[in-house]
Design a protein around this ligand. Structure first.
Ligand code: AHR
Length: 495
C-alpha cells in the first residue's frame, strides 16, 4: 500500500511558536567550556572568547531562544561568582557534572554576548535549590534595571552600561530532583514566593516559568496548576528518550540493532501521550491556554561514548536522532496551542547535540540538519493534515512508517516535512493539496538520509549525513508523488 497524505492549506490549526526550536546550554562537560567558550587567550579563532566556527554554524539555525546555565547546574550556580574581572572570579566544583573545576569565566555577560551574537532571546534559569530569594531578585535587577541601583551600578562597573532585555526566567530546575528533592506542594509555595521578586523593571516584562514535572509526574502538574497558576506564564516539562532502560543500559548512540532502531523511534511517540495528559490537567485550570507548556529539556539520552567522562554526557548522533528530533517537532506542532517553547538538550557536546568538537575541530550532527531544515516552520501557521499510511510491525511494536507535518509561513509559502521511518525499504507517498493557490511546479525539496541505521558524521567524515537537494518526485495536477528512501526526512517548499 502507498501512503496517502492530504494537506489542507486552508484549514489553519494554530501558530507554531518559533521558540519550540529553542536550545539549552548547561555548564556540563564540554558544552560551555571548549564547545562554546574558549576564552580570550585561545588560539582557536573567537569573538571575545566565543569560538567562531561553532558560532557561525549555530547562527545558521536562527535559534530563537537559549536556556542557560542549567539544568542541575542552575541550582548550584551563584551568579555573582561569574561577573567582574575574570582573574578574581571564584573557582568552584561542578559537583553534578564530573566534579571538575568551574572557573566561572563564562558568566552573565558572556552568556548575553552569546545571545546577542546568535540573535537569540535569553532564557535564564534561577537558583531555588541552594540560592536565596535576594540572590535571584538581585540577578534580575543586575540584568534588567536601567538607571541607578546597587546592582545596575555594579553591572556598569563591570562594563555593561545598558540593561539587557531578559524575556524569560525559570524559577528553579527539576525541583523534584537535583534542584532540591522537593514535594510538589512545597515547591508550589516556594515558587509563589520566589517569583514575587522576579521584578519587572522598566519595559522588561518577564515571562515567568515554573519548574514543572518529570515525565509522567502528573501529580506535579496538578499541584502547580492548582496552587500557582495565576503566578506563572509557563510551566515546564522534562522528558528524555532512551531506546533501552534509562536506569540500566540506555543503549548506544551508534552501535545498535534494527530492534533498537525501532525501540528508539517508537518511544519518541510517547511525547505525544505526555503532552496530551499534562495538557488535560492544564486545561482544567487554564482553559484559555494562557500558560504555555515549556518543554525545556528533551532529546535522546544514551550511554556515554566509551572512554569519556561519564559525568560529561558525551554521545554521538546519528540519522536515528535526526528522525526522532523531526518527530518531536511534528508532535510539538500538533500541540502548538499549548506548547510554547521547547529546548533540546543540549547545544554542543552534550546529549543530543547540534555540534561536536574535538579541540579545534568541529562537526555538525544529523540533528543540526533537522533544525536547519525545519526552521521554515518557525512562527508559521500549522495546517491540517490527513494521512493514511503504512504500518510497520516489527518486534511486537507497531508504528506508522510515515509522519507528516505542514505549515504556511507569513508570506504564504507552504512547507511540508515528511519522515520515513522504515529501516530498509523505500516508500511511495502521494501528497495531495487542498485549497492551494500556488503552482505545484514551483516546488523545491531537500532530503536528509542515512546510508545505514547509525549513519553519522565524524571528524574524518564530517559530511556523511548532510542535506541534499531532493528530486525523486513527479508533479501531477494537484498532488505530488514522492519516492522516499528509508531512514529519511524530506522538506518540501511550495513558493
Ligand atoms: O540535561 C542534562 C540534565 O538532565 C540536566 O542538568 C537536568 O535538568 C536533567 O536531569
Amino acid at each position: 500500500m502507498d501512503n496517502k497524505i492530504t494537506v489542507h492549506t486552508d484549514i489553519e490549526k494554530g501558530k507554531i511558536n518559533k521558540n519550540i526550536y529553542g536550545h539549552f546550554a548547561e555548564h556540563l562537560g564540554r558544552c560551555i567550556y571548549e564547545g562554546i567558550w574558549v576564552g580570550e587567550e585561545a588560539s582557536i579563532p573567537h569573538i571575545q572568547g566565543i569560538r567562531q566556527d561553532v558560532l557561525k554554524a549555530l547562527q545558521k539555525l536562527n535559534i530563537p531562544v537559549l536556556r542557560w546555565p542549567g539544568g542541575c547546574f542552575a541550582d548550584e550556580y551563584h551568579w555573582q561568582d561569574g561577573v567582574g574581572p575574570k582573574e578574581a572570579r571564584k573557582r568552584m566544583i561542578n559537583t553534578h557534572w564530573g566534579g571538575v573545576v568551574e572557573n566561572n569565566h563564562f558568566g552573565t555577560h558572556e552568556f548575553m554576548l552569546l545571545c546577542e551574537l546568535l540573535e537569540a532571546e535569553p532564557y535564564i534559569c534561577g537558583n531555588v535549590g541552594s540560592g536565596t530569594i535576594q540572590e535571584m531578585s538581585e540577578w534580575v535587577e543586575y540584568m534588567t534595571l536601567d538607571g541607578e541601583s546597587p546592582m545596575a551600578n555594579w553591572r556598569k562597573e563591570n562594563g555593561r552600561d545598558r540593561a539587557w532585555k531578559l524575556p524569560y526566567f525559570g524559577v528553579g530546575n527539576e525541583s523534584w530532583g537535583c534542584g532540591g528533592n522537593m514535594k510538589a506542594e512545597y515547591y508550589a509555595d516556594l515558587y509563589r514566593r520566589y517569583q514575587t521578586y522576579v521584578r519587572k523593571y522598566g519595559e522588561n516584562k518577564i515571562y515567568k516559568i515554573a519548574g514543572g514535572a518529570n515525565s509522567v509526574d502528573y501529580h506535579w502538574t496538578e499541584v502547580l496548576m492548582r496552587e500557582a497558576v495565576s503566578y506563572m506564564d509557563g510551566l515546564s516539562l522534562h522528558h528524555y528518550t532512551s531506546p533501552g532502560d534509562f536506569f540500566k543500559v540506555k543503549g548506544s548512540a551508534t552501535n545498535f540493532s534494527v530492534e533498537e532502531w525501532y525501540f528508539g523511534l517508537h518511544k519518541t511517540f510517547f511525547m505525544d501521550e505526555l503532552i496530551t495528559q499534562h495538557s488535560a490537567i492544564m486545561d482544567k485550570y487554564d482553559p484559555e491556554k494562557r500558560v504555555g507548556m515549556i518543554i525545556d529539556e528533551w532529546g535522546n539520552w544514551y550511554d556515554v561514548e566509551l572512554g569519556t567522562n561519564p559525568g560529561f554526557l558525551y554521545q554521538q548522533n546519528s540519522i536515528r536522532d535526526a528522525l526522532t528530533a523531526a518527530l518531536h517537532f511534528h508532535i510539538f506542532h500538533k500541540h502548538c496551542t499549548r506548547v510554547q517553547m521547547a529546548n533540546i538538550a543540549q547545544m554542543v557536546n552534550v546529549l543530543q547535540a547540534m555540534i561536536l568538537t574535538d579541540g579545534e575541530k568541529m562537526i555538525v550532527t544529523p540533528t543540526y540538519h533537522v533544525f536547519d531544515m525545519y526552521q521554515v516552520h518557525q512562527d508559521a501557521t500549522y495546517l491540517s493534515v490527513e494521512s493514511v499510511v503504512e504500518k510497520i510491525e516489527e518486534f511486537e511494536l507497531e508504528l506508522e512508517a510515515v509522519s507528516v507535518t505542514a505549515s504556511k509561513s507569513e508570506d504564504g509559502r507552504i512547507h511540508v516535512s515528511v519522515c520515513h521511518l522504515h529501516h530498509q525499504n523505500e516508500t511511495k507517498v502521494d501528497l495531495e493539496f487542498k485549497g492551494l493557490h500556488q503552482d505545484l511546479e514551483a516546488l523545491t525539496a531537500t532530503i536528509l538520509s542515512g546510508e545505514s541505521l547509525d549513519a553519522h558524521n565524524t571528524f574524518d567524515q564530517p559530511n556523511a549525513v548532510t542535506v541534499k537537494e531532493f528530486d525523486q518526485y513527479i508533479v501531477h495536477e494537484n498532488y505530488v508523488e514522492l519516492s522516499i528512501p528509508p531512514r529519511s526526512i524530506v522538506t518540501l517548499c511550495i513558493n
